[in-house]
Design a protein around this ligand. Structure first.
Ligand code: ATP
Ligand code: MG
Ligand code: MG
Length: 554
């Protein structure tokens, strides 16, 4: 089986395999905090970790980093699981940092007994002030040299909820002069009297990220713990914590870092996305304009397109901004292969074919996907009155306008060649109707001489009598700026695009009635559209997944 050239992450693993690791040691994890929905940045991390699992046939744990009861919810746990499964990945074990609270606590007690941790009773402000700066050593807490017994007693009180939030914290006793600020007696535990979505009110103390993450990796015997670059300075602390508990016969996890992926014209941060939801800028986490996995799915993105996108940008050591057009390219590529072609008119202009008998209808053959014979064909109704797009007709136009103009001919896709004879206008001079005649022998696929006649333009159309009115949601970028959260002097919310949604009524061929929620089709010459879950029996709703870059006859 073919394997792509190695990226730097795979080189790290290959080097380890040459030294002291065997393939059986390899074990990865994806560690989301259940404080929001997964976004396209997470997809990079998911594809990286689960991709490594597939490459080395190694287990990948899904670990919920659930140490902050204030922000975490079961709803987010469920959404995260759904999204990873939908992306096509399977985790070996479903793990929760909260399952390790007892073990973490026991280790912390051991730290206290060994003089490696102490209870600090200062305010968080005072602790922050004493931290110092990278060039200036920190000041030791007046509580740093509390006796083991006093520390054990206070820690017990913290655990039992006998003290207020903020009364004490437990700190690791490391080095207040370290050049790495994170090593200056980091906080291991804080008191929180909050309900946790899994442990309820059992715990009143909650472990901090740095204390939890490495030890969780150790408990699960994860070999390589890949995280984003901002954790590079945390590595020293990750190692320090592990060294205190590591037993010789066990594997000691390694933290390694890769660059966060950012997408243009959006924000990829759960906190910022939560703000868009809270302020009603979008309708929810799965609003089709959101860069969340669930939003993209609702918009009509496929798992293949998202995985291809993540694989194509790969992993790197430097942060960069990926243009959203790259993501759009990937969905177009995928839908071009998969989506059936149908006809829908979004901005209708009525055409009356004056030499077509009144009351007559024909059901004409239409190919579902010219690139895929197996996709078969369907019937579309044709009659005397049809809709075409307003922009496809002009009274007069130059030679480059390969659409309909007076005295000019076009082919109606899957149907006949028509000629425009007369534009009917209202009292304001607006064109409200076009009268045409059709070439009776020109039916597509009939093989007649007239049907083989070359005319420059081909238009999509819908029979008025058979048209299915549908709600169509046209989306634009959610932000007007390519990097809305990269401005020092401005908040990202200032760049919200207030015109990111336009709703129109379109007229579609009746075959669309058969579609189900999340089905995607190509509205020929317009773009890809996906059935939204807001659809009802009376009115279908379509999301524009992405516009066509190139249309076949424009
Ligand atoms: P956010 O700021 O959106 O909450 P996070 O990093 O805090 O992101 P976590 O749930 O802690 O979110 O992330 C789970 C994993 O996904 C982590 O390993 C994290 O490094 C990775 N990750 C998050 N965002 C990105 C991104 N934009 N690009 C690549 N990996 C990411
Ligand atoms: Mg986080
Ligand atoms: Mg974060």
């Amino acid at each position: 089986e073919e394997k792509e050239p190695l990226n730097f992450i795979e080189h790290i693993i290959e080097d380890d395999l040459k030294e002291n690791y065997t393939v059986n040691d390899l074990h990865f994890r994806f560690p989301p905090e259940p404080n929001g929905y997964l976004h396209i940045g997470h997809a990079s991390s998911i594809c990286l970790n689960f991709g490594l699992g597939l490459r080395y046939n190694a287990p990948v744990n899904l670990r919920f980093d659930d140490t902050n009861p204030a922000k975490e919810e079961q709803e987010f746990v469920d959404a995260i699981k759904k999204d990873i499964s939908w992306l096509g990945y399977t985790w070996a074990n479903e793990c929760y940092a909260s399952d390790y609270f007892q073990q973490l606590y026991d280790w912390a007690v051991q730290f206290i007994k060994e003089g490696k941790a102490y209870v600090d009773s200062q305010s968080s402000e005072a602790i922050a002030e004493q931290k110092g700066t990278p060039n200036k050593p920190g000041v030791e807490s007046p509580f740093r040299n509390r006796s083991v017994d006093e520390n054990l007693e206070l820690f017990e009180q913290m655990k039992n909820g006998d003290v207020e939030e903020g009364a004490h914290v437990l700190r690791a006793k490391i080095d207040m002069t370290s050049s790495n600020m994170l090593m200056r007696d980091p906080v291991m535990y804080r008191v929180l009297h909050k309900h946790h979505h899994r442990t309820g009110t059992d715990w009143k103390i909650f472990p901090m990220y740095d204390w939890t993450h490495g030890e969780s990796d150790y408990i699960e015997q994860v070999s390589h713990s890949f995280c984003t670059l901002e954790f590079l300075p945390h590595r020293e602390l990750y190692d320090w914590f592990l060294d205190q508990v590591h037993e010789k016969d066990k594997l000691r996890p390694k933290q390694r870092e890769f660059a966060r992926r950012n997408l243009s014209h959006t924000v990829v941060s759960k906190r910022k996305l939560a703000k868009l939801v809270e302020e009603g800028i979008v309708t929810g986490w799965d609003d089709p304009r959101m860069p969340t996995i669930s939003g993209l799915r609702r918009r009509g993105y496929t798992a293949d397109a998202i995985r291809n996108f993540a694989d194509s940008i790969g992993v790197g050591k430097r942060e960069n901004l990926i243009d959203v057009t790259h993501l759009e390219y990937n969905i177009r590529e995928d839908l071009n292969k998969k989506a059936s072609r149908v006809m829908a008119v979004l901005d209708p202009l009525k055409v009356v074919i004056t030499n077509y008998p009144e009351g007559k209808e024909e059901w004409l053959d239409a190919e579902n996907n010219p690139g895929d014979e197996a996709a078969g064909s369907r019937k579309v109704p044709f009659s005397r009155e049809i809709y075409i797009e307003k922009e496809d007709f002009r009274e007069e136009a130059n030679r480059k306008f390969f659409r309909l103009k007076l005295d000019g001919e076009v082919r109606l896709k899957n149907a006949y060649i028509i000629k425009a004879e007369k534009a009917i206008k209202d009292e304001n001079g607006n064109i409200v109707e076009v009268h045409c005649t059709y070439d009776t022998d020109s039916q597509s696929g009939s093989g007649t001489e007239a049907s083989l006649r070359k005319v420059k333009g081909t238009l999509h159309w819908v029979s008025v009598a058979h048209a299915l009115p549908v709600e169509v949601r046209l989306y634009d970028r959610l932000f007007t700026d390519a990097a809305p959260d990269a401005h020092k002097d401005k908040d990202f919310m200032e760049f919200v695009n207030t015109n990111s949604l336009e709703v129109v009524t379109g007229y579609a061929e009746p075959s669309l009635k058969e579609l189900e929620v999340e089905d995607t089709v190509q509205f020929q010459r317009i773009g890809y559209f996906t059935v939204d879950r807001d659809s009802t029996a009376a009115r279908m709703v379509f999301n524009r997944t992405v516009a066509l870059r190139d249309s076949w006859a424009k």
